[in-house]
Design a protein around this ligand. Structure first.
Ligand SMILES: [Zn+2]
Length: 483
């Protein structure tokens, strides 16, 4: 009897599931009809607005910094499928505040092309599947389910299918059968299972289909795009060709780490290159590493090289210059190692929170070993010493790139490690006029602190591996050396 009951329950559950699957088909069908999905093979729209640099906020409580999109044209072929964005960007934060290669001088034209093939990563494909029409096309082929939800007093049919990265893709369809919002989660080496949302509003009809005139995309909780569409051409003749040479598709979030190489800067002090630069110091009973790079693999490689150079000692401290995504993604390796992270006090709570985020979509070492971050705050100055080696950490004042930026100065070696104050260009490049306010501020701080610097180690190390001097820095600022 008991057994029979269970079978009955299982059958009932199956029936419910079947019913909701049918409902999903109906909901997707109705929305596709209302939005003109079936007849829409291509679309081209023009817009103006803004894009924002993910993970490059000027401090942990600000949104990602903005850039103006003077022009923006997006072409999509839903049948290939393929997408091309052509845009012209200009500086948006005035005065410059935050990262993302600010200040942007003049106009920056950019093109991004994605042609979906069997080996196109899912995250890149999402550029198409997260558009309203793309979402409905994908939902129709991917065993979608549906659930009724009321959010803020508004009723939605939420259609869900599983993305190829094993994260749900949810589309919110309103009572007019229009897709108002699509959300999913993607792996990010720093932000973990990062929310990725697209919000569509101000729908208008064009060529038998409905299009949102306002598009906002968010990643990690803040906008990465905010576009006002001015013109839409349904079934325009679009011809999307593979990008010429390198750089058509967006760079993978975590680029493979090249082999770490090293150079002795002084007794027990090593420069680690082969990616974002780092310095390892052989303290009496432990290793301290300054910066662990742009990705978890790079962080692991830096730690491995430091341990090879300084055997049989634990990595006790890792110094983080600032909490930008490209300088903090390697910190997950430091967490896995059980090292204490030293950062400016402005970044402490943010790093504690962010380095604790789940990384289930692409489990890294810290996710696997379950280690929790240990973060210690640094104020205006902190000296690390064992009586032999000395590292001085200073907080940069009036530094627009990041409000909580640390530099590391080694007084014995007269070496200064800095991030994003001066990022060396090829020797053939001409210094910008006016100079970058970040480079000017770095020089002002070096003078304020009266640091006797013989060699600068930029974390963004020069491609030709040259030794960067104060003379080079002052040349780039356009001021003579005064000390
Ligand atoms: Zn930065």
């Amino acid at each position: 009897m008991f057994k029979k009951c269970l079978t009955g329950l299982a059958l009932a559950a199956l029936l419910v599931w079947t019913a909701s699957a049918q409902d999903a088909k109906t909901v997707v069908g109705n929305a596709s009809k209302a939005m003109g999905v079936d007849a829409l093979k291509t679309v081209q729209y023009s817009a103006t607005g803004m894009d924002f640099a993910l993970g490059q906020a000027p401090n942990p409580s600000s949104p990602w910094p903005k850039f103006i999109n003077k022009s923006y044209t997006r072409s999509i072929n839903f049948e290939t499928p393929a997408s091309r964005v052509e845009r012209v960007r200009v500086q948006g934060e005035n005065p410059p505040h935050g990262g993302g290669q600010q200040p942007l001088v003049g106009e920056q034209p950019q093109t991004q092309t994605i042609i979906v093939s069997a080996d196109t990563p899912w995250v890149q494909q999402l550029e198409i599947w997260m558009t309203p029409h793309g979402f409905l096309r994908a939902a129709a082929t991917k065993n979608a389910t549906v659930e009724a939800k009321t959010i803020g007093g508004k009723k939605y049919q939420v259609v869900t299918f599983m993305g190829d990265n094993k994260a749900k893709v949810n589309g919110y369809i309103n009572d007019q059968n229009l897709v108002e919002r699509v959300e999913t989660w993607i792996d990010n080496p720093f932000l973990g299972d990062m929310p990725f949302e697209a919000i569509y509003s101000d729908y208008k009809g064009a060529g038998g289909a409905q299009f949102p005139m306002h598009i906002v995309q968010k990643q990690g909780g803040y906008p990465i795009f905010d576009l006002n569409v001015s013109d839409v051409k349904a079934n325009a003749a679009v011809n999307i060709q593979p990008a010429q040479g390198r750089g058509g598709a967006p760079a993978a979030a975590a680029a493979p780490a090249s082999a770490a190489t090293s150079e002795k800067l002084g007794d027990g002090v090593y420069l680690i290159t082969g990616g974002y630069a780092a310095i390892a110091i052989d303290f009496k009973d432990h290793i301290t590493i300054i910066e662990t790079g742009q990705s978890e693999p790079r962080g692991l490689a830096v730690i491995a090289e430091a341990k090879r150079l300084i055997p049989n000692k634990p990595v006790k401290y890792v110094v983080n210059t600032h909490c930008h995504i490209d300088h903090s993604s390697g910190l997950r390796a430091a967490v896995a190692e059980g090292a204490t992270i030293l950062t400016h006090q402005l970044n402490k709570a943010y790093l504690e929170k962010t380095l604790s985020l789940p990384h289930t979509l692409n489990p890294d070492k810290a996710q696997q070993n379950g280690k929790k971050p240990v973060v210690e705050a640094v104020g205006e100055k902190k000296v690390l010493t064992d009586g032999t080696h000395v590292v001085e950490l200073y907080h940069l004042q009036n530094f627009g790139h990041h409000d909580g930026m640390l530099i590391a100065y080694l007084p014995k070696e007269k070496v200064l490690l800095e991030a994003d104050g001066y990022n060396p260009q090829p020797t053939t490049a001409t210094p910008p006029s006016p100079p970058s306010p970040f480079t000017v501020s770095l020089l002002d701080n070096i003078r304020r602190l009266k640091l006797d610097v013989q060699r600068i180690v930029p974390v963004h190390y020069p491609a030709d591996n040259r030794v960067v001097t104060m003379a080079e820095l002052t040349k780039w600022v356009g001021r003579p050396v005064t000390h």
